[in-house]
Design a protein around this ligand. Sequence first.
Ligand SMILES: [Fe+2]
Ligand SMILES: [Fe+2]
Length: 291
Amino acid sequence: MFNKNNDRRKINDDRRNPDIERRSSDIIIPENKLISEIEILREEFIKTTEKLIRDVKRQDKIMVRSDKRQQKEYDQLQLQLKQVEFLNKEIEETQREIIFTMGAIGESRSKETGNHVRRVAEYSKLLALFYGLDPSTAELLKQASPMHDIGKIAIPDSILNKPGRLTAEERVIMDTHAGLGYEMLRHSTRPLLKIAATVANEHHEKWDGSGYPNGLSGENIHIYGRITAIADVFDALGCDRVYKKAWDDEKIFKLFREERAKHFDPNLIDIFFENLDDFLEIREKLKDIVN
Ligand SMILES: [Fe+2]
Ligand SMILES: [Fe+2]
């Protein structure tokens, strides 16, 4: 319970102290002042809230605009990416066609058909796959192998298309086509042309070391050279050339067996015979059309 006397005394004491007096007057706020204070606060609150809503809406608009701009930039990038991909494909295709055409030019100078390089390309890829090279390397070898005789473009017609046996001197000149092809291609840093350079240089090397231009033997001959050697000889023997008639299959297979581990990589010869039907199928599909 309150003690009235004590309370009164306290108020009297407080009035004597000016500080306490001021504080008491602050604490005692009249009701109307309080209402107006609340009213002011409420207005402040409404104003602040309205401003906040306006800001959020403005921010939303900015974000929508920014989203639209970002979407536009993204679409443009996608379009540019598609164009780059298209151009890249174009370059690859062009490169493939140029290499094939150059190979065909080399062969056509020696009166061989375009289908010879096509078949050599397919045989090479098949041998590479059966040998165990990965599919992308086998595909590169397929694209590069038509260039194996590109060096022949530098050999005089009188030698290249001589009907009959070459003299010893002519043979020396003819055999330079491997090194010449390599010289034409070796400066490129492109993987496809680097393979083509190896193929040009090593497709006349022989397993027993009796080939040219460098007399390499065994696995010192690059696998690309060993593969293309088989593909090229298999096809060349089966075609008419200015210096010989086409051989029949039995004669070709007999030579292949005899040249196993002499001219050719024995492992590749085994692979060739194990999968003979696949090679004959390619030959049939790409056979020369005789007019
Ligand atoms: Fe050759
Ligand atoms: Fe050839």
